[in-house]
Unconditional design. Sequence first.
Length: 131
Amino acid sequence: MSFFNAMTAQPLWVQIWLGWMALGAFILPLLLFIWRETRLPATIIFLTHTLNGIAVTYLFNWLGYVKLLGFPHLIFWGPLLWYLVRLTLRKPVPVWVSYIYWILISTITISLAFDLMDTIRYILGERAQTT
């Protein structure tokens, strides 16, 4: 089964959340490349997502669609979240940049809560494939 097929076999609320993640965590931050002062953060976000995607793909190919797939998010998005919060506190940015940062921060925070719970459940023995 492909990763896409495994995702579409999930409950509707998970599919909706994954759709939001695609928009709020991956597509929307690409707009940060518009402003000169946010090109470095945009690059860091893009590289973090790329490394995370490689890690999740590797785990999926190795273990299938299991709860441990959230673990790379903890590794890559935890530091990214810290970085983004620090950016918002550092200096004023255009209002749209602030909106993008806070949408990304909110989306990543919610995702990390799910990912932490799933990783703990996997460590505690819930290792069955979720499809």
